[in-house]
Design a protein around this ligand. Structure first.
Ligand SMILES: [Zn+2]
Length: 393
C-alpha cells in the first residue's frame, strides 16, 4: 500500500474540507481519509503540501491519431501503420503527462485506436468509438466510416460493438476541417439517426453526435442521442440558441461536450476562420454560447478535441476547465466534475474512475498549488498516477 496526500482535495464532485490522504493498493484506491489521518505503519506517502489532489482528468473528445500539428488530420490517410502507431503512442504519452488518465477517442482512423484500446503499459485508459459514422463524402469521411441508409447504419453500429467500441460517434453535421461539407446542414435523416441510437442502445452503447449546425443539434435531440459534441448551433447567419433548446438538452440528460480548451496564444489557422465566416460566425462566438448553454442548465463535459491542431494538442483538459470557469461562468467544482466524475459516466466508466473513492481505479492527479485560488495550477501536474502506476513526468 502507498499513500498520496495534499491539504486540498476534490473527489470528483466536491472539495473535501482539509484535503485528503488517498491510499492505493495495486491499481485500486483502498481508502480516502482526511489529510490529518495517521499513516498506516510501513506505508510510504507522497506528500504535496502545496498541491491539490484530484482524480486523474478525463478528456471525452480526443483524436489520438492526430499529432497536434498543422496537418494533423489531413496527413492521416498518407501515413503507414508504423507512423500512425508512433503518433498514437506519443499522443498517449503527452496525455498522461498532463494528468489526463482517461480519454474517449472520437475520431479513429479505420479502427487503429480501437484495436489498440486494451493494450497494457503506461498509457491512459482509452474508450474508443472507431471510425465515426458519416455520410458518403461527409465530415471526416477519410477515417473510413462512410455509411448511408438505415440498414447499413445499423450494421456499422454492430461492427463497432463487435470490435470493442465503447461509444458510437455519428457525424450529424458537416465539420470545419473537412472541405466540401456543410457546417449547417444535416448529414443524416432523423430516421437514420434514430436507427443508430436504437441499434447502439440495444447493444448497450451510448451515442454521441458531432453537431455544429443548429438543425443537426435539434435532430440529434429528437433522435435521443446521449451526447452532443461541439453543439455550436450554427445557422447560415451566426450562432443561434433558440429559447427552450438548452432546457430540452438538460431535460433529456444529454451531455454536451463543447470542445473548449484552447491553448492560449495559438491562433486558429486562417482556413478555420474562413469556414466560420462563411456561416456568419467567428471562433470567438463559441465561449459566450457555451456560457449560455451552461446558464440554461446543460450538463457540460470538458473534452477538448485534442490532437487536431496546434491550438488543440493532447492533454489540454486543464485548459478546458479554465475556459469553463473563466469564460463560461461555470463554478469551479462543476467544471472539475465535467473533467472527472461526469466525464467518467459519459465514457461508461462511472463506476471505475473519475472519483477519489475506495474501489475506484487509482487514477490520480496532484496539481500545483491551490486550484480554488488559481485554476491554472491544473496545467502544472506535480504527480500523476494511472491505474496505480506513477507516471514519469
Ligand atoms: Zn473531434
Amino acid at each position: 500500500m502507498r499513500g498520496y496526500r495534499a491539504p486540498r482535495a476534490f473527489d470528483g464532485e466536491r472539495f473535501l474540507p482539509g484535503g485528503a490522504l488517498v491510499l492505493v493498493e495495486g491499481r485500486t484506491i483502498v481508502g480516502v481519509e482526511p489529510a490529518t489521518t495517521a499513516v498506516p505503519d510501513g506505508c510510504p506517502v507522497t506528500d504535496v503540501p502545496d498541491g491539490t489532489l484530484l482524480p486523474g482528468l478525463i478528456d471525452t473528445h480526443v483524436h489520438l491519431c492526430g499529432d497536434g500539428g498543422p496537418q494533423a488530420l489531413e496527413q492521416i490517410p498518407e501515413l503507414d501503420s508504423g507512423q500512425l502507431d508512433a503518433i498514437i503512442t506519443a499522443a498517449e504519452r503527452e496525455t498522461l503527462r498532463a494528468g489526463v488518465t482517461t480519454v474517449r477517442d472520437l475520431g479513429d482512423h479505420r479502427g487503429t485506436v480501437l484495436d489498440r484500446a486494451g493494450r497494457a503499459g503506461e498509457r491512459p485508459t482509452v474508450v474508443a468509438a472507431g471510425p465515426p459514422l458519416t455520410s458518403p463524402g461527409g465530415h471526416c469521411w477519410s477515417m473510413g466510416g462512410e455509411t448511408t441508409g438505415v440498414d447499413a447504419l445499423r450494421r456499422a453500429v454492430r461492427e463497432r460493438a463487435e470490435r470493442g467500441a465503447g461509444v458510437v460517434k455519428v457525424m450529424a453535421s458537416g465539420g470545419v476541417l473537412t472541405p466540401g461539407t456543410d457546417l449547417t446542414a444535416c448529414q443524416f435523416t432523423l430516421e437514420e439517426l434514430r436507427a443508430v441510437v436504437d441499434e447502439a442502445h440495444r447493444l448497450g452503447l451510448p451515442v454521441t453526435a458531432h453537431a455544429h449546425g443548429l438543425a443537426a443539434v435539434e435532430r440529434s435531440v429528437a433522435a435521443g442521442v446521449d451526447g452532443i459534441e461541439h453543439c455550436s448551433c450554427l445557422t447560415g447567419s451566426g450562432v443561434h440558441l433558440p429559447a427552450g433548446l438548452g432546457a430540452a438538452l438538460a431535460a433529456a440528460g444529454i451531455d454536451v461536450c463543447p470542445t473548449v480548451g484552447f491553448l492560449p496564444g495559438v491562433d486558429p489557422p486562417p482556413h478555420v476562420r474562413a469556414r466560420m465566416a462563411a456561416v456568419g460566425a467567428t471562433i470567438e462566438d463559441h465561449l459566450p454560447h457555451v456560457a449560455a448553454l451552461h446558464r440554461a442548465g446543460v450538463a457540460l463535459l470538458a473534452g477538448t478535441d485534442g490532437g487536431i491542431g496546434p491550438a488543440k494538442r493532447h492533454g489540454q483538459v486543464a485548459y478546458a476547465v479554465a475556459d469553463l470557469v473563466t469564460a463560461c461562468g461555470v463554478p469551479l467544482a462543476e467544471a472539475l466534475t465535467a473533467a472527472t466524475a461526469r466525464s467518467a459516466r459519459a465514457c461508461g466508466l462511472g463506476e471505475r474512475t473519475g472519483r477519489l473513492a475506495a474501489g475506484y481505479d487509482a487514477d490520480l492527479l496532484v496539481a500545483d498549488g491551490d486550484v480554488t485560488v488559481d485554476v491554472s495550477g491544473l496545467q502544472r501536474p506535480r504527480v500523476v498516477v494511472a491505474r496505480g502506476r506513477e507516471v514519469r513526468l
